[in-house]
Unconditional design. Structure first.
Lengths: 112, 113
């Protein structure tokens, strides 16, 4: 069935290192993918998105990579900071409809 | 900045009570959504609305209903709360097309005893 899953539930990185959060999806028809960040006590916040006609997109300190061949999505955070500590969700929107499918989330811990 | 507010951050109710969760957005967004968030399950869509008085079921609508009488307000109703509805409830809105950025409220943590 359709699912968006994450390889690791938690990730711990040293401040200043790069972080990589991975995500697998199963719906090959999906054409739009989003990463969200959720800090403690807050709702999810949009970070970056990518469409299926791209394989890489860069934002400020973040890069999303899309590998359609293996149905894999990743979020790279450069020079991770304590403020990056949060739960990160990947999400998939098949066909541009109203239903976005969210992954379970990865908790990122940043060690000072 | 878009602001999505939810009426309560924390709510404790008893089994069988009728529960209202309110969500308001201030950016004239067309679409509004209610999700529940449970550990290990991510966000699951309960209901959404693409216009005033219009509503559509999401993936887990059982035990819930919604109301959208005004564009800025989307209410989630638990007709008879049950313990398995203890969860974090998140409201979101998008401007126009569904793939516009979803803006989320801070969430309401509901506990049903």
């Amino acid at each position: 069935g359709e699912s968006v899953g994450l390889h690791l539930p938690t990730l711990s990185v040293q401040e200043g290192d790069n972080s990589i959060i991975n995500c697998a999806y199963s719906n090959s028809a999906s054409d739009y993918f989003i990463w969200y960040k959720q800090e403690s006590g807050k709702g999810p916040q949009f970070i970056i998105d990518i469409r299926s006609n791209m394989d890489k997109r860069q934002g400020q300190r973040v890069t999303v990579l899309l590998n359609k061949t293996v149905k894999h999505l990743s979020l790279q955070i450069a020079a991770t900071q304590p403020g990056d500590s949060a739960v990160y969700f990947c999400a998939e929107n098949p066909g541009g409809g109203f239903k976005t499918i969210f992954g379970a989330g990865t908790r990122l811990f940043v060690k000072a | 900045d878009v602001k999505v507010t939810q009426s309560s951050r924390y709510l404790v109710k008893r089994t069988g009570e009728k529960v209202f969760l309110e969500c308001v957005q201030d950016m004239d967004h067309e679409n509004m959504f209610w999700y529940r968030q449970d550990p290990g399950l991510g966000l699951r869509l309960i209901y959404f609305s693409y216009d005033v008085k219009m509503k559509e079921k999401g993936d887990i609508p059982e035990g819930y209903s919604v109301s959208r009488e005004k564009k800025e307000r989307f209410s989630l109703i638990l007709e008879s709360a049950s313990t398995n509805q203890t969860s974090m409830y998140l409201c979101a809105s998008t401007l126009g097309v569904p793939t516009d950025t979803q803006y989320f409220g801070p969430g309401t943590r509901l506990t049903v005893l």
